[in-house]
Design a protein around this ligand. Structure first.
Ligand SMILES: [Fe+2]
Ligand SMILES: [Fe+2]
Length: 319
């Protein structure tokens, strides 16, 4: 018996070390399964809750074109949530259980979605910086050791890069408009820059699960590595746009070949993670209401499935 477990562990390690994928039917350590469920569920919840900040502007988009783009983007996020809930189900948890965990506050979602969207420029800045940070985080996840997660991420990333471009294009249009529009963009960038940096999670020395996730090749880079990559990627884009980031310590470091930058306010981050963000209560209340309002759809689908199954049984008995 013990020998069998050792053999299974050896085989699991061999798959991980040779950069092959672990698939749902493969044996995996409990810790690996639990870490994946937590990470993928949190990711799925973020996609679903993330529909709300931008959804806030759907009815007030300034033109039909902007409205169509924003609707497509918000619908993409719903799709991302569904791929990811499906990936989580391959690990043996039920989507209904995950939704309960979210609305009862037992599982988290990205803290970025607990900030309010105060102007239409926020739609552009979210696309540019929030989807941009998501891309930095998610491109390496396409090579995650768990097959269903990695494969879901490939499609998600393709759509995220469209999201980032639509945000940048919206901001370029506003920046070539009036002074009031340019001010609106800069004000929005000032509010979102630090929360975007926080999307990569706490610094490496305060991120206890990172080392194990790296060893299992669920994660490929540390939080600080990804944050650095995002800063280096964003600075030239800000120059093209003609906006600045609200960080007096941000400057090019020729020796490191990378930008130095200031420290995000980690106390604020912890407060938002704990559910004390400006819109935390509203986000969950909306999600709960949507779930409760959809109860009749689930009941109807279950009743239809039961009736179809009963009809199938009768037909096969007659055969
Ligand atoms: Fe997404
Ligand atoms: Fe997105």
């Amino acid at each position: 018996m013990t020998e069998t477990i050792i053999e299974l562990e050896t085989e699991f390690e061999r798959i991980i070390q040779s950069d092959q994928r672990i698939e749902p039917r493969d044996w995996m350590p409990d810790g690996y399964r639990k870490t994946l469920i937590r990470q993928i569920a949190q990711h799925a919840h973020s996609e679903i809750i993330g529909m709300q900040p931008e959804g806030n502007w759907l009815t007030r988009a300034p033109s039909l074109r902007r409205k169509a783009i924003l609707m497509a983007k918000v619908q993409d996020e719903a799709g991302h949530g569904l791929y990811l809930y499906s990936a989580t189900e391959t690990l043996g948890v039920d989507r209904a259980e995950l939704t309960d965990n979210l609305i009862e506050g037992r599982q988290k979602y990205s803290s970025i979605f607990n900030y309010p969207t105060l102007s239409f420029a926020d739609v552009g800045v979210i696309g540019w910086l929030v989807d941009g940070a998501a891309i930095c985080n998610q491109v390496p996840l396409c090579r995650s050791s768990y097959g269903p997660y990695g494969r879901a991420m490939i499609r998600v990333c393709k759509e995220e890069s469209f999201h980032q471009r639509q945000g940048f294009e919206l901001l370029m249009t506003m920046m070539s408009g009036t002074q009031a529009q340019r001010d609106m963009v800069q004000e929005s960038v000032n509010r979102w820059w630090w929360p975007a940096l926080m999307m990569f999670g706490p610094p490496d020395d305060r991120s206890p699960n990172s080392a194990q996730s790296m060893a299992w090749r669920i994660k490929r880079h540390t939080n600080d590595e990804l944050r650095q990559r995002f800063v280096d990627m964003s600075v030239p884009q800000a120059e093209i746009l003609g906006v600045t980031f609200p960080d007096p310590d941000l400057r090019w470091n020729a020796e490191r070949g990378a930008h130095d930058f200031g420290e995000p306010d980690w106390d604020e981050f912890m407060q938002v993670v704990k559910g004390n963000g400006a819109t935390s209560v509203e986000r969950i209340a909306n999600r709960r209401a949507a779930h409760e309002n959809g109860a009749w759809v689930r009941e109807a689908a279950a009743a239809f499935a039961a009736r179809t199954a009963a009809a199938d049984t009768t037909t096969s008995e007659q055969e």
